[in-house]
Design a protein around this ligand. Structure first.
Ligand SMILES: [Ca+2]
Ligand SMILES: [Ca+2]
Ligand SMILES: [Ca+2]
Length: 196
């Protein structure tokens, strides 16, 4: 079943599922490498046969595969996080505003080396944090929002000289606590924050 038609000229890199408007039905975020009238949108599932397209950002471009939904600012509305492709050094988050049909507000999380393929939002020590690959500097980044998440986030290296894609958060060693699985590696979270 076709749920919607978007501009076929744009190279679609992002497809993330989540209940964006909190009505109990799963919605979908679609993002793209190129700028366009529907380059970053969310598709609202009204009923399985009826979907409505809402614009998040028609200025968004160079979006790499990945992206994640999370309530970054704790206002009860899911926000969206994504990173740049081989042409962009930025990780961004888009703040979902109270008006569900308006554009979302984009903020920069940080500026690193180009290309961020795959993000995940995890709960470390009771707080939500972002983990992202940064292929441009062969590293895995851990990013903590500041008290004001519109300011650039605190950034730490989880690992350097590492190549890969894909992230998961699961209990690998059966000790009841989750670990980070990144490409062909897995990591146990440390209790204290690592060096910036
Ligand atoms: Ca929904
Ligand atoms: Ca929010
Ligand atoms: Ca474990």
């Amino acid at each position: 079943m076709v749920i919607t038609r978007l501009n076929p000229q744009l190279n679609r890199t992002i497809c993330v599922v989540g209940d964006i408007n909190g009505d109990g039905r799963e919605d979908v975020v679609i993002g793209s490498r190129q700028r366009g009238e529907d380059s970053l949108v969310w598709l609202e599932q009204r009923v399985p046969e009826d979907w409505c397209v809402h614009l998040i950002d028609d200025d968004a471009e160079m979006l790499e595969s990945g992206g994640v939904l999370a309530d970054v600012n704790g206002d009860g509305r899911l926000d969206f996080i994504a990173g740049g492709d081989w042409r962009s050094p930025y990780l961004w988050w888009w703040e979902q505003l109270a008006n569900p049909s308006g554009k979302w507000r984009r903020h920069i999380i940080g500026e690193f080396s180009n290309k961020f393929h795959t993000q995940i939002w995890v709960n470390i020590n009771g707080e939500g944090e972002l983990v992202s690959w940064n292929q441009g500097q062969k590293s895995l980044l851990r990013l903590k929002p500041r008290d004001n998440p519109r300011e650039r986030w605190l950034a730490y290296f989880i690992a350097r000289d590492l190549e890969g894609e894909g992230l998961a958060w699961a209990d690998v060693d059966c000790d009841g606590k989750p670990e980070l699985i990144a490409g062909n590696y897995w990591f146990k979270p440390t209790v204290s924050d690592p060096e910036e």
